[in-house]
Design a protein around this ligand. Sequence first.
Ligand SMILES: [Zn+2]
Length: 489
Amino acid sequence: MHSNKKYFLLWCFFLMPLLLMAFQNCGARGFNGDASTIDWASVYGWDPMFPPDHTIVFVGRTSSFTFYQDLVLNVQFSVSPLDKLQSVTISINGVAQTTLKPEQLSSLNLDFSSLQGTVDVDALATFNDGKFARNRITLELPLNGETAKSDNNCFSSSDYDSCIFYKNPIAQKGAPFSPAISAGTDLSLYQIYGVKLRNLASSTALRNDTFNISVSTGTQANKTQSVDGNSWKLSYANDQAKHFNAQVMAYYWLNQMDEVFTYKMGVFYPHNKSIPIDAYNSSIDNNAYWDGTGILMGFTTIDRSGKSEVALGADVYMHEMGHANLAIASPSTMNFDSNTHTTDQSGNLLCKTAVGCMGAIHEGQADFHAAIMFPENPRIGEHFFNNLDGLPYRNVLANDSVSAAKAYYDNNGEIHGLGSVYASILWMLYTHPQMLKIDFQKMFAEHLTLLTASSTFTTTKGIFLAIDTAKYGGKYQKIITQVYAAKGL
Ligand SMILES: [Zn+2]
Protein backbone atom coordinates (compact mmCIF):
# COMPACT_ATOMS: atom_id res chain seq x y z
CA MET A 1 0.00 0.00 0.00
CA HIS A 2 2.88 2.32 0.61
CA SER A 3 4.36 3.87 -2.46
CA ASN A 4 7.12 5.58 -0.48
CA LYS A 5 10.47 4.20 -1.43
CA LYS A 6 12.95 4.31 1.44
CA TYR A 7 15.80 6.45 0.28
CA PHE A 8 18.81 7.88 2.04
CA LEU A 9 18.65 11.62 1.69
CA LEU A 10 21.30 14.18 2.48
CA TRP A 11 19.62 17.47 3.20
CA CYS A 12 22.15 19.92 1.95
CA PHE A 13 22.37 23.66 2.03
CA PHE A 14 22.88 23.93 -1.66
CA LEU A 15 22.13 21.96 -4.79
CA MET A 16 24.97 19.72 -5.92
CA PRO A 17 26.56 21.11 -9.09
CA LEU A 18 27.22 24.82 -8.98
CA LEU A 19 26.74 24.95 -12.74
CA LEU A 20 23.05 24.41 -12.29
CA MET A 21 22.64 27.51 -10.20
CA ALA A 22 19.65 29.35 -11.57
CA PHE A 23 20.05 32.98 -10.68
CA GLN A 24 16.85 34.57 -11.78
CA ASN A 25 15.32 37.94 -11.34
CA CYS A 26 12.93 37.37 -8.49
CA GLY A 27 10.62 40.24 -9.39
CA ALA A 28 9.35 43.11 -7.33
CA ARG A 29 8.31 42.60 -3.76
CA GLY A 30 4.67 43.19 -2.92
CA PHE A 31 5.67 45.64 -0.24
CA ASN A 32 9.03 46.99 0.73
CA GLY A 33 9.48 45.28 4.07
CA ASP A 34 9.46 48.53 6.01
CA ALA A 35 6.61 48.00 8.44
CA SER A 36 6.57 51.60 9.56
CA THR A 37 5.46 52.75 6.14
CA ILE A 38 3.03 49.96 5.29
CA ASP A 39 -0.59 50.84 5.36
CA TRP A 40 -2.03 47.57 6.56
CA ALA A 41 -5.08 47.38 4.39
CA SER A 42 -3.37 48.55 1.23
CA VAL A 43 -0.89 45.66 1.38
CA TYR A 44 -3.49 43.22 0.11
CA GLY A 45 -6.22 45.78 -0.48
CA TRP A 46 -9.20 43.94 0.94
CA ASP A 47 -10.62 46.32 3.48
CA PRO A 48 -12.26 49.63 2.47
CA MET A 49 -12.35 50.62 6.14
CA PHE A 50 -8.54 51.14 5.86
CA PRO A 51 -8.15 53.54 2.90
CA PRO A 52 -4.58 54.27 1.76
CA ASP A 53 -4.91 57.99 2.52
CA HIS A 54 -5.43 57.24 6.22
CA THR A 55 -2.10 56.37 7.79
CA ILE A 56 -0.31 56.00 11.09
CA VAL A 57 3.49 55.76 11.21
CA PHE A 58 5.88 55.05 14.09
CA VAL A 59 8.21 58.04 13.98
CA GLY A 60 11.89 57.15 13.96
CA ARG A 61 11.32 53.40 13.62
CA THR A 62 12.02 52.17 10.14
CA SER A 63 12.79 48.50 10.60
CA SER A 64 10.04 45.92 10.71
CA PHE A 65 12.08 43.87 13.19
CA THR A 66 14.20 45.55 15.83
CA PHE A 67 16.44 43.74 18.30
CA TYR A 68 15.81 45.73 21.40
CA GLN A 69 18.04 45.66 24.44
CA ASP A 70 16.61 48.64 26.37
CA LEU A 71 13.37 47.56 27.94
CA VAL A 72 11.58 50.91 27.82
CA LEU A 73 10.69 52.13 24.35
CA ASN A 74 9.68 55.71 23.69
CA VAL A 75 7.35 55.91 20.71
CA GLN A 76 5.89 58.82 18.75
CA PHE A 77 3.38 58.71 15.93
CA SER A 78 2.65 60.60 12.76
CA VAL A 79 -0.99 60.38 11.72
CA SER A 80 -2.83 61.55 8.60
CA PRO A 81 -5.38 63.11 8.26
CA LEU A 82 -4.63 64.45 11.71
CA ASP A 83 -7.66 66.74 11.82
CA LYS A 84 -9.96 63.71 11.57
CA LEU A 85 -8.17 61.58 14.18
CA GLN A 86 -10.23 60.50 17.17
CA SER A 87 -7.83 58.19 19.01
CA VAL A 88 -4.97 55.67 18.75
CA THR A 89 -5.19 52.31 20.51
CA ILE A 90 -1.92 50.53 21.28
CA SER A 91 -1.89 46.74 21.58
CA ILE A 92 0.98 44.47 22.57
CA ASN A 93 0.80 40.96 21.15
CA GLY A 94 -2.86 41.53 20.35
CA VAL A 95 -3.93 42.78 23.77
CA ALA A 96 -5.07 46.43 23.98
CA GLN A 97 -2.93 48.37 26.45
CA THR A 98 -3.81 52.03 26.20
CA THR A 99 -5.74 54.55 24.12
CA LEU A 100 -4.19 57.88 23.20
CA LYS A 101 -5.90 61.14 22.33
CA PRO A 102 -4.50 63.22 19.40
CA GLU A 103 -2.61 65.55 21.75
CA GLN A 104 -0.77 62.54 23.29
CA LEU A 105 0.85 61.31 20.04
CA SER A 106 4.23 62.94 20.64
CA SER A 107 5.40 60.61 23.39
CA LEU A 108 4.48 57.20 24.72
CA ASN A 109 6.72 55.13 26.95
CA LEU A 110 6.17 51.39 26.65
CA ASP A 111 7.70 49.24 29.38
CA PHE A 112 8.75 45.76 28.22
CA SER A 113 10.76 44.79 31.26
CA SER A 114 8.35 41.97 32.08
CA LEU A 115 8.40 40.57 28.52
CA GLN A 116 10.84 38.63 26.36
CA GLY A 117 10.83 37.08 22.91
CA THR A 118 8.91 38.42 19.91
CA VAL A 119 6.62 41.34 20.69
CA ASP A 120 4.25 42.92 18.15
CA VAL A 121 3.44 46.54 18.97
CA ASP A 122 0.29 47.47 17.09
CA ALA A 123 -1.20 50.96 16.62
CA LEU A 124 -4.82 51.33 15.45
CA ALA A 125 -5.94 54.86 14.57
CA THR A 126 -9.68 55.63 14.56
CA PHE A 127 -10.91 58.61 12.51
CA ASN A 128 -14.17 60.55 12.78
CA ASP A 129 -15.13 59.69 9.19
CA GLY A 130 -15.53 56.06 10.28
CA LYS A 131 -12.20 54.92 8.73
CA PHE A 132 -9.10 53.38 10.33
CA ALA A 133 -5.34 53.05 9.86
CA ARG A 134 -3.00 50.48 11.40
CA ASN A 135 0.68 49.86 11.71
CA ARG A 136 2.98 47.57 13.61
CA ILE A 137 6.57 47.24 14.71
CA THR A 138 8.06 44.01 15.98
CA LEU A 139 10.60 43.96 18.76
CA GLU A 140 12.86 41.00 19.44
CA LEU A 141 13.50 41.21 23.19
CA PRO A 142 16.38 39.35 24.82
CA LEU A 143 15.71 35.87 26.21
CA ASN A 144 17.14 34.33 29.37
CA GLY A 145 19.23 37.38 30.22
CA GLU A 146 21.01 37.34 26.84
CA THR A 147 23.68 40.07 26.81
CA ALA A 148 25.53 39.40 23.54
CA LYS A 149 26.51 42.54 21.65
CA SER A 150 29.04 43.92 19.20
CA ASP A 151 31.99 45.35 21.15
CA ASN A 152 35.24 46.49 19.54
CA ASN A 153 37.04 45.63 22.80
CA CYS A 154 35.65 42.11 22.94
CA PHE A 155 39.00 40.33 23.02
CA SER A 156 40.27 42.36 25.97
CA SER A 157 37.01 42.44 27.91
CA SER A 158 36.22 39.97 30.67
CA ASP A 159 32.49 40.36 29.95
CA TYR A 160 32.52 37.69 27.27
CA ASP A 161 33.34 34.01 26.92
CA SER A 162 34.07 34.36 23.22
CA CYS A 163 34.28 36.86 20.36
CA ILE A 164 32.56 35.61 17.22
CA PHE A 165 30.40 37.02 14.40
CA TYR A 166 26.84 38.25 14.53
CA LYS A 167 25.25 35.88 12.01
CA ASN A 168 28.36 35.81 9.76
CA PRO A 169 31.37 38.01 8.99
CA ILE A 170 29.65 39.78 6.08
CA ALA A 171 26.56 40.59 8.15
CA GLN A 172 28.84 41.69 11.01
CA LYS A 173 30.81 44.02 8.72
CA GLY A 174 27.80 45.13 6.68
CA ALA A 175 29.80 44.58 3.50
CA PRO A 176 31.54 41.82 1.58
CA PHE A 177 35.29 41.31 2.05
CA SER A 178 37.85 42.13 -0.61
CA PRO A 179 39.57 39.81 -1.04
CA ALA A 180 37.05 37.35 0.32
CA ILE A 181 37.81 35.57 3.59
CA SER A 182 40.05 32.53 3.45
CA ALA A 183 41.14 30.49 6.46
CA GLY A 184 43.82 32.50 8.26
CA THR A 185 42.57 35.96 7.18
CA ASP A 186 43.01 38.50 10.00
CA LEU A 187 39.42 39.33 11.01
CA SER A 188 40.22 40.99 14.32
CA LEU A 189 38.31 44.14 13.30
CA TYR A 190 35.16 42.10 12.79
CA GLN A 191 35.46 39.28 15.30
CA ILE A 192 33.67 41.48 17.84
CA TYR A 193 30.35 39.89 18.73
CA GLY A 194 30.86 39.29 22.45
CA VAL A 195 28.91 36.31 23.79
CA LYS A 196 28.48 34.19 26.88
CA LEU A 197 28.33 30.44 26.19
CA ARG A 198 25.31 29.29 28.19
CA ASN A 199 24.20 25.76 29.10
CA LEU A 200 27.59 24.12 28.62
CA ALA A 201 27.62 20.68 30.24
CA SER A 202 31.35 20.96 30.84
CA SER A 203 33.67 23.92 31.32
CA THR A 204 36.21 22.38 28.96
CA ALA A 205 34.15 21.16 25.98
CA LEU A 206 31.57 22.65 23.60
CA ARG A 207 28.67 20.36 24.34
CA ASN A 208 25.43 20.04 26.25
CA ASP A 209 22.50 17.64 26.18
CA THR A 210 21.31 18.94 22.80
CA PHE A 211 24.53 19.49 20.83
CA ASN A 212 27.93 17.87 20.78
CA ILE A 213 30.41 19.95 18.79
CA SER A 214 33.44 18.30 17.21
CA VAL A 215 35.62 18.76 14.16
CA SER A 216 36.80 16.03 11.78
CA THR A 217 39.45 18.24 10.15
CA GLY A 218 41.19 20.37 12.76
CA THR A 219 41.65 20.44 16.52
CA GLN A 220 38.91 19.90 19.07
CA ALA A 221 38.23 23.34 20.56
CA ASN A 222 39.80 23.82 23.96
CA LYS A 223 40.35 26.81 26.19
CA THR A 224 44.09 26.33 26.58
CA GLN A 225 44.61 27.37 22.95
CA SER A 226 42.70 30.64 23.33
CA VAL A 227 44.23 34.14 23.30
CA ASP A 228 44.30 34.27 27.12
CA GLY A 229 44.76 30.56 27.73
CA ASN A 230 41.47 30.20 29.55
CA SER A 231 38.52 31.26 27.39
CA TRP A 232 36.80 30.40 24.12
CA LYS A 233 38.42 33.36 22.31
CA LEU A 234 40.62 32.41 19.37
CA SER A 235 41.81 34.70 16.64
CA TYR A 236 40.69 33.64 13.19
CA ALA A 237 44.13 34.71 11.92
CA ASN A 238 45.62 31.71 13.79
CA ASP A 239 42.79 29.34 13.07
CA GLN A 240 43.53 27.87 9.64
CA ALA A 241 44.55 24.44 10.92
CA LYS A 242 42.38 24.28 14.05
CA HIS A 243 38.98 25.55 12.83
CA PHE A 244 38.19 26.63 16.35
CA ASN A 245 35.91 29.51 15.33
CA ALA A 246 33.77 27.14 13.30
CA GLN A 247 33.18 25.18 16.51
CA VAL A 248 32.39 28.17 18.72
CA MET A 249 30.01 29.55 16.06
CA ALA A 250 28.30 26.16 16.15
CA TYR A 251 27.91 26.05 19.91
CA TYR A 252 26.81 29.63 20.49
CA TRP A 253 24.32 29.86 17.62
CA LEU A 254 22.87 26.36 17.95
CA ASN A 255 22.34 26.79 21.69
CA GLN A 256 20.78 30.17 20.89
CA MET A 257 18.47 28.42 18.43
CA ASP A 258 17.51 25.84 21.06
CA GLU A 259 16.64 28.62 23.54
CA VAL A 260 14.81 30.82 21.01
CA PHE A 261 12.74 28.03 19.48
CA THR A 262 11.90 26.49 22.85
CA TYR A 263 10.65 29.85 24.10
CA LYS A 264 8.86 31.07 20.98
CA MET A 265 7.45 27.83 19.58
CA GLY A 266 7.02 26.05 22.89
CA VAL A 267 9.16 23.19 21.56
CA PHE A 268 12.44 22.49 19.78
CA TYR A 269 12.26 18.87 18.68
CA PRO A 270 16.03 18.15 18.80
CA HIS A 271 16.21 19.37 22.42
CA ASN A 272 18.19 16.94 24.62
CA LYS A 273 18.90 14.65 21.64
CA SER A 274 22.68 15.09 21.66
CA ILE A 275 22.96 16.04 17.98
CA PRO A 276 26.54 15.57 16.67
CA ILE A 277 27.95 18.60 14.85
CA ASP A 278 31.03 18.28 12.65
CA ALA A 279 32.00 21.95 12.45
CA TYR A 280 34.58 21.42 9.73
CA ASN A 281 34.93 18.54 7.33
CA SER A 282 37.47 19.19 4.57
CA SER A 283 35.91 16.60 2.25
CA ILE A 284 32.62 18.52 1.91
CA ASP A 285 33.11 20.77 -1.08
CA ASN A 286 31.01 23.96 -1.11
CA ASN A 287 28.21 22.53 0.96
CA ALA A 288 26.85 21.51 4.35
CA TYR A 289 24.52 18.64 5.32
CA TRP A 290 22.01 17.26 7.74
CA ASP A 291 22.62 13.55 7.16
CA GLY A 292 19.73 12.22 9.22
CA THR A 293 21.83 12.02 12.39
CA GLY A 294 23.97 15.13 12.61
CA ILE A 295 25.26 18.21 10.84
CA LEU A 296 28.41 18.26 8.69
CA MET A 297 29.87 21.59 7.59
CA GLY A 298 32.27 21.91 4.68
CA PHE A 299 34.14 24.75 3.03
CA THR A 300 33.39 27.45 0.50
CA THR A 301 35.72 28.43 -2.34
CA ILE A 302 33.22 30.73 -4.03
CA ASP A 303 34.61 34.18 -4.94
CA ARG A 304 37.92 33.53 -3.15
CA SER A 305 41.34 32.06 -3.85
CA GLY A 306 41.52 29.83 -0.75
CA LYS A 307 38.92 28.07 1.38
CA SER A 308 36.84 29.25 4.29
CA GLU A 309 34.62 27.33 6.67
CA VAL A 310 30.92 27.35 5.76
CA ALA A 311 30.52 27.27 9.56
CA LEU A 312 31.33 30.99 9.82
CA GLY A 313 27.74 31.47 8.66
CA ALA A 314 25.32 30.89 11.53
CA ASP A 315 22.56 31.12 8.92
CA VAL A 316 23.80 27.84 7.38
CA TYR A 317 23.75 26.15 10.80
CA MET A 318 20.16 27.39 11.22
CA HIS A 319 19.22 25.95 7.83
CA GLU A 320 20.73 22.54 8.56
CA MET A 321 19.19 22.48 12.02
CA GLY A 322 15.87 23.30 10.35
CA HIS A 323 16.17 19.96 8.54
CA ALA A 324 16.87 18.31 11.89
CA ASN A 325 13.91 19.99 13.57
CA LEU A 326 11.50 18.72 10.91
CA ALA A 327 13.12 15.28 10.66
CA ILE A 328 12.73 14.75 14.40
CA ALA A 329 9.21 16.26 14.51
CA SER A 330 8.12 13.96 11.66
CA PRO A 331 10.61 11.21 10.75
CA SER A 332 8.67 10.12 7.66
CA THR A 333 9.65 13.41 5.98
CA MET A 334 13.09 11.89 5.45
CA ASN A 335 11.62 9.34 3.04
CA PHE A 336 11.55 9.69 -0.73
CA ASP A 337 8.09 9.58 -2.30
CA SER A 338 8.44 8.63 -5.95
CA ASN A 339 4.92 9.91 -6.66
CA THR A 340 6.06 13.47 -6.05
CA HIS A 341 9.86 13.35 -6.49
CA THR A 342 12.34 12.45 -9.17
CA THR A 343 16.06 13.04 -9.78
CA ASP A 344 17.94 14.51 -12.71
CA GLN A 345 21.05 13.03 -14.34
CA SER A 346 23.30 15.01 -11.97
CA GLY A 347 21.62 13.47 -8.96
CA ASN A 348 19.67 16.58 -7.96
CA LEU A 349 16.33 15.94 -6.31
CA LEU A 350 13.40 17.47 -8.19
CA CYS A 351 9.69 17.84 -7.50
CA LYS A 352 7.57 16.41 -10.31
CA THR A 353 5.14 19.33 -10.42
CA ALA A 354 4.76 22.97 -9.33
CA VAL A 355 2.59 22.03 -6.35
CA GLY A 356 5.84 20.90 -4.77
CA CYS A 357 7.02 17.90 -2.82
CA MET A 358 8.54 17.12 0.57
CA GLY A 359 12.04 17.89 -0.73
CA ALA A 360 11.04 21.47 -1.53
CA ILE A 361 9.08 21.79 1.72
CA HIS A 362 12.08 20.48 3.69
CA GLU A 363 14.41 23.04 2.07
CA GLY A 364 12.00 25.95 2.25
CA GLN A 365 11.15 25.44 5.92
CA ALA A 366 14.88 25.05 6.66
CA ASP A 367 15.47 28.49 5.10
CA PHE A 368 12.60 29.81 7.23
CA HIS A 369 14.37 28.56 10.38
CA ALA A 370 17.24 30.92 9.53
CA ALA A 371 14.77 33.72 8.84
CA ILE A 372 13.13 33.26 12.27
CA MET A 373 16.52 33.51 13.96
CA PHE A 374 17.61 36.59 11.97
CA PRO A 375 14.32 38.26 11.06
CA GLU A 376 15.85 41.72 10.61
CA ASN A 377 18.10 40.20 7.91
CA PRO A 378 16.62 36.87 6.77
CA ARG A 379 18.93 36.36 3.81
CA ILE A 380 21.07 33.20 3.83
CA GLY A 381 24.53 32.40 2.52
CA GLU A 382 26.22 35.83 2.73
CA HIS A 383 29.54 34.34 3.86
CA PHE A 384 29.19 31.37 1.50
CA PHE A 385 28.99 33.78 -1.46
CA ASN A 386 30.83 36.79 0.01
CA ASN A 387 28.00 39.18 -0.79
CA LEU A 388 25.22 40.96 1.09
CA ASP A 389 22.33 39.24 -0.66
CA GLY A 390 23.43 35.67 -0.08
CA LEU A 391 21.54 33.26 -2.29
CA PRO A 392 19.43 35.68 -4.35
CA TYR A 393 16.73 33.24 -5.42
CA ARG A 394 16.27 32.12 -1.78
CA ASN A 395 15.93 35.62 -0.32
CA VAL A 396 12.51 35.70 1.37
CA LEU A 397 12.51 39.49 1.14
CA ALA A 398 12.37 39.28 -2.64
CA ASN A 399 9.99 36.42 -3.35
CA ASP A 400 6.48 37.61 -2.41
CA SER A 401 5.37 37.82 -6.01
CA VAL A 402 7.07 34.64 -7.29
CA SER A 403 4.42 32.00 -7.98
CA ALA A 404 4.97 28.27 -7.53
CA ALA A 405 4.64 27.86 -11.31
CA LYS A 406 7.37 30.44 -12.01
CA ALA A 407 9.75 28.97 -9.42
CA TYR A 408 9.11 25.50 -10.83
CA TYR A 409 9.89 26.68 -14.35
CA ASP A 410 12.97 28.71 -13.34
CA ASN A 411 14.48 25.85 -11.29
CA ASN A 412 13.28 22.86 -13.28
CA GLY A 413 11.66 21.66 -10.05
CA GLU A 414 14.98 21.46 -8.13
CA ILE A 415 14.08 21.33 -4.44
CA HIS A 416 16.19 24.26 -3.14
CA GLY A 417 14.97 26.62 -5.85
CA LEU A 418 11.36 25.46 -5.71
CA GLY A 419 11.66 25.36 -1.94
CA SER A 420 12.08 29.14 -2.00
CA VAL A 421 8.32 29.23 -2.65
CA TYR A 422 7.68 27.46 0.63
CA ALA A 423 10.08 29.72 2.53
CA SER A 424 8.24 32.68 1.01
CA ILE A 425 4.82 31.29 2.01
CA LEU A 426 6.00 30.89 5.60
CA TRP A 427 7.59 34.36 5.61
CA MET A 428 4.47 36.00 4.13
CA LEU A 429 2.29 34.32 6.74
CA TYR A 430 4.70 35.25 9.55
CA THR A 431 5.07 38.88 8.53
CA HIS A 432 1.51 39.42 7.38
CA PRO A 433 0.28 42.65 8.96
CA GLN A 434 -2.66 40.91 10.60
CA MET A 435 -0.83 37.78 11.78
CA LEU A 436 0.35 37.85 15.38
CA LYS A 437 3.86 36.47 15.24
CA ILE A 438 3.49 34.69 18.56
CA ASP A 439 0.53 32.80 17.04
CA PHE A 440 2.36 31.81 13.88
CA GLN A 441 5.37 30.62 15.85
CA LYS A 442 3.15 28.05 17.58
CA MET A 443 1.35 27.20 14.34
CA PHE A 444 4.65 26.62 12.57
CA ALA A 445 5.96 24.23 15.24
CA GLU A 446 2.74 22.21 15.16
CA HIS A 447 2.65 22.02 11.37
CA LEU A 448 6.07 20.33 11.35
CA THR A 449 4.58 17.32 13.15
CA LEU A 450 1.85 16.99 10.50
CA LEU A 451 4.07 16.95 7.41
CA THR A 452 4.67 13.60 5.69
CA ALA A 453 6.78 12.18 2.88
CA SER A 454 3.95 12.85 0.42
CA SER A 455 3.11 16.42 1.52
CA THR A 456 2.88 19.09 -1.18
CA PHE A 457 2.48 22.88 -0.96
CA THR A 458 -1.25 22.32 -1.42
CA THR A 459 -1.54 19.91 1.49
CA THR A 460 0.38 22.33 3.74
CA LYS A 461 -2.35 24.89 3.13
CA GLY A 462 -4.89 22.42 4.51
CA ILE A 463 -2.63 21.79 7.50
CA PHE A 464 -2.41 25.50 8.37
CA LEU A 465 -6.16 25.99 7.90
CA ALA A 466 -6.85 23.05 10.23
CA ILE A 467 -4.42 24.23 12.91
CA ASP A 468 -5.90 27.73 12.73
CA THR A 469 -9.43 26.35 13.16
CA ALA A 470 -8.45 24.20 16.13
CA LYS A 471 -6.14 26.70 17.84
CA TYR A 472 -7.31 30.19 16.92
CA GLY A 473 -10.98 29.74 16.02
CA GLY A 474 -10.30 30.27 12.33
CA LYS A 475 -9.26 33.92 12.60
CA TYR A 476 -6.41 33.47 10.11
CA GLN A 477 -8.33 31.56 7.39
CA LYS A 478 -8.50 34.60 5.10
CA ILE A 479 -4.79 35.37 5.46
CA ILE A 480 -3.74 31.76 4.83
CA THR A 481 -5.98 31.52 1.76
CA GLN A 482 -4.70 34.83 0.37
CA VAL A 483 -1.01 34.00 0.82
CA TYR A 484 -1.37 30.64 -0.95
CA ALA A 485 -3.45 32.31 -3.66
CA ALA A 486 -0.60 34.78 -4.21
CA LYS A 487 1.54 31.74 -5.10
CA GLY A 488 -1.11 30.36 -7.46
CA LEU A 489 -1.94 27.62 -4.94
ZN1 LIG B 1 18.94 22.08 2.90
